[in-house]
Design a protein. Structure first.
Length: 190
């Protein structure tokens, strides 16, 4: 798929939403990308997962991992495409952890996936957990890179769709100054 075809799919499935949003990073934006809307359709999840898997076809991968909640479905779909296992990480008491009996062995080769990268915070937390476990990090992919390449993970990052959507610190938000109602669509508990 071309980037334009991916964008069209995201528009068709109502992933791209307009309004006044508080992102899980705490920043404000007038556009929100709710990738769960496209991932609810197995055929679309498979299509996007195949695109991600193709980006890593020259690498050996043992496991695909995604942070809960946005990376869970995508991790599973990409792992299915690659013929490897899928696990997810999640926060417990504010700290990213590998739970639910999932195990990673030192030297295993992991691909990290996320639905949307904005500041990269959740992905960086996953990377820290993997590094602590001496897992070999092959790289990272996302459906959307909202940072438009500005986030540096110190690993190869291959998003399907880089976009540049303006976001603001809460005290500097033009939408707040216009007194527009705020929507908090993210899944991270604060």
């Amino acid at each position: 798929m071309t980037k334009e075809e991916i964008r069209e799919l995201l528009v068709e499935t109502d992933v791209i939403q307009e309004g006044h949003f508080v992102l899980s990073s705490g920043r404000h934006a007038d556009i929100y990308m709710q990738c769960a809307k496209v991932l609810q359709y197995p055929e679309h999840a498979s299509t996007l997962a195949a695109e991600i898997a193709d980006k890593w076809e020259d690498k050996e991968i043992d496991v695909v991992i995604g942070p809960a909640l946005g990376g869970v479905v995508l991790s599973y779909a990409v792992a299915e495409e690659l013929g490897v296992r899928s696990i997810f990480s999640e926060r417990k008491n504010g700290e990213m952890k590998i739970r639910r009996g999932f195990e990673l062995k030192p030297g295993e080769k992991a691909l990290v996936v996320e639905d949307v990268v904005t500041t990269g915070g959740s992905v960086k937390e996953v990377l820290a957990v993997l590094e602590e476990l001496d897992v070999e990090i092959v790289g990272l992919s996302s459906i959307v890179d909202r940072s438009n390449g500005k986030v540096d993970f110190n690993y190869d990052f291959k998003p399907l769709l880089p976009v540049d959507i303006q976001s603001y610190k809460a005290g500097q938000c033009e939408l707040c100054q216009q007194d527009l109602p705020i929507t908090r669509p993210g899944s991270k508990e604060k």
